[in-house]
Write a protein that binds this ligand. Sequence first.
Ligand SMILES: Nc1nc2c(c(=O)[nH]1)N[C@H]1C(S)=C(S)[C@@H](COP(=O)(O)OP(=O)(O)OC[C@H]3O[C@@H](n4cnc5c(=O)[nH]c(N)nc54)[C@H](O)[C@@H]3O)O[C@H]1N2
Ligand SMILES: Nc1nc2c(c(=O)[nH]1)N[C@H]1C(S)=C(S)[C@@H](COP(=O)(O)OP(=O)(O)OC[C@H]3O[C@@H](n4cnc5c(=O)[nH]c(N)nc54)[C@H](O)[C@@H]3O)O[C@H]1N2
Ligand SMILES: [Mo]
Length: 757
Amino acid sequence: MTNHFGDVVANTKCMLIFGANSAVANPIGFKHMLQAKDRNNAKLIVIDPIFTRTAAKADIFVRIRPGTDIAFVYGMLNIIFENGWEDKELIAKRTYGVDLIKEEAKKYTPSEVADICGCSEAELIQVTRLFATTKPATLFWALGITQHSVGSSNTRILAILQLVLGNIGKPGAGTNIIRGHDNVQGATDMGCLADTLPAYYGLDDGAWKHFCRFWGVEFDYMKSRFAPPSDGKNWMNEKGFSLSRWWQGVKGVSPYGSDKTVSNANVRVLWVQGTGITSMAHTVKIQEALKKLDLLVIAEPFVNEVAILADRPDGIYILPASTQFETEGYVTATNRAMQWRNQVVKPIYESKEDQEIMFLFAKKFGFYKEYTRGMKMQLQDHKLVQVIPDDVDAVWPDDATREMSNGLLSIGLRGISANRLRKHQENWANFDPDTQRGIGGAVKGEYYGLPWPVWDEKHPGTAILWNANVPYEEGGMGFRNRFGLEHNGVSQLADNSFTPVGCKVKGGYPQITKDNIEKVFNIKLNDKEKELMGASWSTDISGIILEKCREKSACCLGNARARTIVWEFADQIPKHREPIHSPRWDLVQKYPTFDDQEKPNFRVTTMFKSEQLKKDWSKEFPIIISSMRLVNLSGAGMIERTSKYLSDITPEMFANVNPELAMQYNINDGEMMWIHSPQGTKIKVKCVHNHSVTPDRICLPYNFAGILQGVDLSANYPEGTRPYTIGESSNTVTNYGFDPNTQISEFNAGLCRIERA
Ligand SMILES: Nc1nc2c(c(=O)[nH]1)N[C@H]1C(S)=C(S)[C@@H](COP(=O)(O)OP(=O)(O)OC[C@H]3O[C@@H](n4cnc5c(=O)[nH]c(N)nc54)[C@H](O)[C@@H]3O)O[C@H]1N2
Ligand SMILES: Nc1nc2c(c(=O)[nH]1)N[C@H]1C(S)=C(S)[C@@H](COP(=O)(O)OP(=O)(O)OC[C@H]3O[C@@H](n4cnc5c(=O)[nH]c(N)nc54)[C@H](O)[C@@H]3O)O[C@H]1N2
Ligand SMILES: [Mo]
């Protein structure tokens, strides 16, 4: 989120939600949106293929076909440019590539959009007029946008819409993706990903060297932990398998179609800690892989249903992990704010805290010393020194928090500390809910939870990203200069007539490096500073660059242009592309998906066109299938399905089906039906007649497991651990399809065939 929920309540005049059902998935967040309606008479617009509980509260609801948001937004942009509603000054001075967007948008006339999206021209015009002419206006989105083969293009076009309207870096505006799980922002920041070290540093040697420096280990030691280079690849710099495709790395598991696995080794052990696995797509492949593994380890407070999916006689270990209430530390909320949590009780029974399990693992495998040394380092006189000896344990979580502050500069964590975050927690009552600012005492002027970036220990955190109307010292900044100084001969820096408030460097300037700092800041570094300073702001552990930035009231990120063109991606600007399994064969010809991804990404190749063009899938699979959440169940659902009362609300797995569609297949309300996928898999679920879906689509919750393709797996649960309700996982029939950049599965647009069971 660029902004925060308090800001929505206080300042927003119009809210546009694409593909989020916050009334169910984020009820507390949604309460803020309802408050904005009450307090500011803010208008709520919802764009969703399903009439959700969120849509029920909207001033305008527009139903579109899943996977067509890019066409809809280009349709909006076309109308915006035709009427001159764009922010001309911002576009001229602080963006790059908007002309290409304007050109592309011309193709999306209201009638073209109506045809692609299945809405009316009047609906598109009404939404655009309201959203473009009401200021400030904010944009929310969640999984209806990201979980698609065009997920990354989807998110880009929404950011571009806000840029064009000038709804960025301002109170009441912004691009606000509502994050999912508790601490999902924190988990991402900490690099629980297969393609980067923590804080988005990536995996190249420069990133590893930076980490080795603040972890207090030699780069050569780190290198020795990895398999030697082979097949022209240095595996240390290669992405691992993603959570959505790990099964393709297991020997003997057949991939889909022509998909290939390109790795130096097979996956032989699966270690599961904090994810449900049955919540991932392609359950049948997962089951196949689980059978072939050497070993499956689950570190969990519950019996994760991955344990029962495969009928393994041996080689499964469940380690009891304690819950968040039995540990201490911080989590990061959807608005980048860090919330400190106390240990409520010591770990009960024989369970251990997650980090303790990892420490014991490291001890057993002989790298505990190197693993924990980062926590023992402290900055003294601009240099990191080991202050706790190797044979003395660090203090959890204080020393771990310092480790992050030492090294995770790319997201601006230098200003955090355990004590600073504890102080915020102890002073909850002393923050203004609208601005999130401390009103007095020990927290005066600081933003609650120090939303990152929090550049140094005096910095208050950044309540609203890219806000150039407040000084650096209060969380202000221009747009980041991340992608070079020039592209196609055009400067990527902001126009010289634009200077963020209070900044002593006038006009556009680049991100700050050791090489350019003297010139950009018009200063002379002394020899000691030169010796200690890292190559750029994001690797300068000494902190000298950040000190100089404070003196100049200038953000280290630079003052640049926001780009609409991503020259590294297959689609340099977002393009509408039909879902891989599309119900519109005619549109597949006009808007085909990407070329097959032959170059492995996350160690696998991915089919696009070859799968899409194989045949007109809609002949055999005429119905669209998409996902939903239930308020009483979360994720893979194991936690709640072990509660008698929460189970009782949805005692069975089901699908919402429009009665008209159900009756075509002779399926009465409450009868069982089969759902078949293009991959040849099937699930047996209860048919619930429901008018939230139109007759061309059905919608399923994804929070069940324990039954697979009609087979009850109850016997596989260890005694006394079977939840009150089990059911088919909708992910058994989730269609083939992955985003080319992120590998996220196509959970929200696929096709199926139904029949009475
Ligand atoms: N079809 C379909 N599939 C989807 C989605 C969809 O919309 N449709 N959504 C996707 C999304 S966005 C997500 S985030 C995933 C969510 O799916 P999962 O990641 O599977 O989510 P949870 O079920 O919450 O899994 C968390 C597991 O961690 C355990 N756990 C809880 N607390 C702790 C702890 O402190 N320590 C440890 N070690 N374990 C703990 C829980 O018992 C649980 O088994 O599902 C994805 N799958
Ligand atoms: N009770 C409960 N709360 C949860 C969770 C849970 O499992 N249970 N999970 C948590 C997690 S991990 C997450 S990530 C969040 C997710 O939060 P949300 O994303 O708000 O949850 P979903 O129900 O998946 O909502 C996605 C919406 O997108 C719509 N949609 C599908 N395809 C498209 C499309 O192509 N375009 C548009 N415009 N809309 C589309 C769907 O119909 C649906 O209404 O929820 C979190 N909160
Ligand atoms: Mo999520």
